[in-house]
Write a protein that binds this ligand. Structure first.
Ligand code: PEP
Length: 247
C-alpha cells in the first residue's frame, strides 16, 4: 500500500520575520524529495508571510484552530479564516495544547471534525506521557485519544495521525525505531478493528519526538512509520535531511 511519506515541521511559538525568511530560503533551495509531502506548522501571525515565501509544493499548517466558523471567541482562529489565507492544513491536539491549555479529547475531536468539514487537512496528535508509559498504559492512552476522534470523524482521507510520545518531545530522548514501530503497528491494528481495513491501510501515522537528521533514516525505514512531526529540528537546515529521510 503506497502511503505517501509526510513530514511536518512544528515551529511552535518560534521565529520572526527575519528568521522565517532565512528558513524559507533553506526550504526553497532544498532539494526536497518530491515523493514526500511537506507541511510547515507556522505561528498564526506569520502564516501569510510563510505562505508567500514558500513554493506551493510546501504546505502550510496552522498550529491550532477553533471548532466553529466565527463568533465571540476572543483570541481564536477559525478554519474558514485559514482557508481564506490559502492555508490548507492544521495541527490539532498537540500535547502542549492538551497539557498547557487543557484541551480535552472531546474538544480536539470537535476541532478535527470542524476543520475537516471546512476543507482543511489535519495532523491529529496523540501520545502518552512518561508516567503513562511506565504504568503500561501507552496503548490505552493512544487508543482513547484516537477513539475520541474516531467517534466523530467518518472520512479519514484528510487526516494524518502524529504519534508523539510526550516524554520524547523536546527532550532529546527519541523513541527507538522499535518502540515507535510497535505503537504505530498497534494503532494500525486498532484502525482495522475499530474503523476499517481500508482506513487502516491508507492512514498515515507520523512519529514525533526529538527527530533529527541523525536518527530519521532508521525511523523512516520502519514499515508503519509514514513520516514525522518535527519540532526543534524543523527550525534548522537539517530539516531538509529529515524531509528526505525515506530512501
Ligand atoms: C513536536 O513539538 O511536535 C516535537 C516533536 O518536538 P521535538 O521534535 O522538538 O521533540
Amino acid at each position: 500500500m503506497g502511503r505517501k511519506f509526510c513530514v511536518g515541521g512544528n515551529w511552535k511559538m518560534n521565529g520572526d520575520k527575519a528568521t522565517i525568511t532565512e528558513l524559507a530560503k533553506v526550504l526553497t533551495t532544498g532539494p526536497l524529495n518530491a515523493d514526500t509531502e511537506v507541511v510547515i506548522g507556522c505561528p498564526a501571525p506569520y502564516l501569510s508571510l510563510t505562505r508567500s515565501l514558500l513554493p506551493d509544493t510546501v504546505n502550510i499548517a496552522a498550529q491550532n484552530c477553533y471548532k466553529v466558523a466565527k463568533g465571540a471567541f476572543t483570541g481564536e482562529i477559525s478554519p474558514a479564516m485559514l482557508k481564506d489565507l490559502n492555508i490548507g492544513w492544521v495541527i490539532l491536539g498537540h500535547s502542549e495544547r492538551r497539557a498547557i491549555f487543557g484541551e480535552s479529547d472531546e474538544l480536539i475531536a470537535d476541532k478535527v471534525v470542524h476543520a475537516l468539514a471546512e476543507g482543511l487537512k489535519v495532523i491529529a496528535c496523540i501520545g502518552e506521557t512518561l508516567q503513562e508509559r511506565e504504568a503500561g498504559q501507552t496503548e490505552a492512552v493512544c487508543f482513547r485519544q484516537t477513539k475520541a476522534i474516531a467517534d466523530k470523524v467518518k472520512d479519514w482521507s484528510n487526516v494524518v495521525i502524529a504519534y508523539e510520545p510526550v516524554w520524547a518531545i523536546g527532550t532529546g530522548k527519541t523513541a527507538t525505531p522499535e518502540q515507535a514501530q510497535e505503537v504505530h503497528a498497534a494503532l494500525r491494528k486498532w484502525f482495522t478493528e475499530n474503523v476499517s481495513a481500508d482506513v487502516a491501510a491508507a492512514i498515515r501515522i507520523q512519529y514525533g519526538g526529538s527527530v533529527t537528521a541523525a536518527n530519521c533514516r532508521e525511523l523512516a525505514a520502519k514499515p508503519d512509520i509514514d513520516g514525522f512531526l518535527v519540532g526543534g529540528a524543523s527550525l534548522k537546515p537539517e530539516f531538509v535531511q529529515i524531509v528526505n529521510a525515506r530512501q
